[in-house]
Design a protein around this ligand. Sequence first.
Ligand code: SF4
Length: 475
Amino acid sequence: MGKRVTTQVSAEEIAQQYKYIEILRDYNQARISRLGRPVKYNIETFGCQMNENDSERLSGMLSEMGYSESAKRTDSDLIIFNTCCVRENAEQKVYGHLGALKKLKENNHELVIAICGCMMQQPEVVEHIRKVYKHVDIVFGTHNLYKFPELLNTAVENKGTVIDVWDSTGSIAENMPITRKESLKAWVTVMYGCNNFCSYCIVPYVRGRERSRDIEEIRNEVVKLAQEGCREITLLGQNVNSYGKDLEGEYSFAGLLRELDRLDGIERIRFMTSHPKDLSEELIYAVRDCKKVCGHLHLPVQAGSSKILEKMNRKYSKEQYLDLVEKVRKHIPDISLSTDIIVGFPGETEEDFAETLDVVAKARFDMAYTFLYSKRTGTPAAKAPDQIPEEVKKERFDRLLALQNHVSRDINDRLLGKEVEVLVEGLSKSSKTTYTGRTRENKIVNFKGSPQLVGSLVRVKIDTVQTWSLLGKLV
Ligand code: SF4
């Protein structure tokens, strides 16, 4: 079978969307004069960084259309829910929010309610919304986000529900506007979709197959970010190690890192997520060699038992994972590792769980994102007969957390008295004089500082260690 090559949405189609943006800008200008106030939008984002990044794109389109952002739904003229379907209880929350908007709509007939994101890629969800939440105006999915201006224009003109969800797409839309939440740090999506079909995960069904962005487009985006004052980028993809496999020519994620490392202005480059089965030596060398690429690797293990890993369809064993960790540490001794772990996957025995604890003890993760397994309808694991009782899962979860906290604290203890490089992000939430930032290894550091340091790299000597953060003094 030949290579499936990702293409871009045509320039004409993108230009078409800009036309709708213009039409809506005129429409909003007239409304602003009529109402004597700004027209506002509110976006609620559920789920992962990919969704956050998609919401930044929606914000970009909306600000070009003349909307101002509002933190409140109650004073907004347009409300968008950007949904996630990884966890089923998050879906129930979305339905609750939608129900509550009915009253708002009754009081403001001009209010537009839109819902998008992964949840909409499931036909039964769209059908439920169509039947039960008739006050929703626009339903769209993850593959046609760039068409939002057109959909909004149709909703405004026709006053009926607009439903447009695509099954999949082989194309990527470039050159649409974007408004970022932060100026110092930015997400840069490098690829979409996933081909892996882990047995507990809905992502491949709702985000489609892997599609990589053109290297030039990524480069241009990063150059622009640097010109705008951004200092740190995080390259995003469900499985960044597959980057480039679907592009015409020889591209790899390691090559992309080396290319971006050469650009001026950006100080730090991070990335996530790496599937252990695809982590190449070439990538390890790139992380080792590239000055701007941070020494932090998020490498989800998910479980310690090879039997459970096979049931999860992860395509590596416990031993292969630990060998990989050893190889990474051999080439990059100071690397910080983080991981994801699912507790209580169907069929997990006490012995299997002990293997997970063993991996945590041996791999010595700086940080672990731990989850109780929860059934995700539409995935093979949800149909497995040997589901684990909730109380067993919770008890194992607590033991795992206690061990991980101990490891994290132990790793942090070794930083006591050491000097670290911190990118200053701003004031810490609880203080007017304490500033906060992260080390290259992604550790949070708080210290007494001043406003002019924000955005710069400083050296801090660590004098107090906590499990999740460090305190120190400017050097
Ligand atoms: S690699 Fe597995 S867990 Fe990650 S998005 Fe793909 S299917 Fe889901």
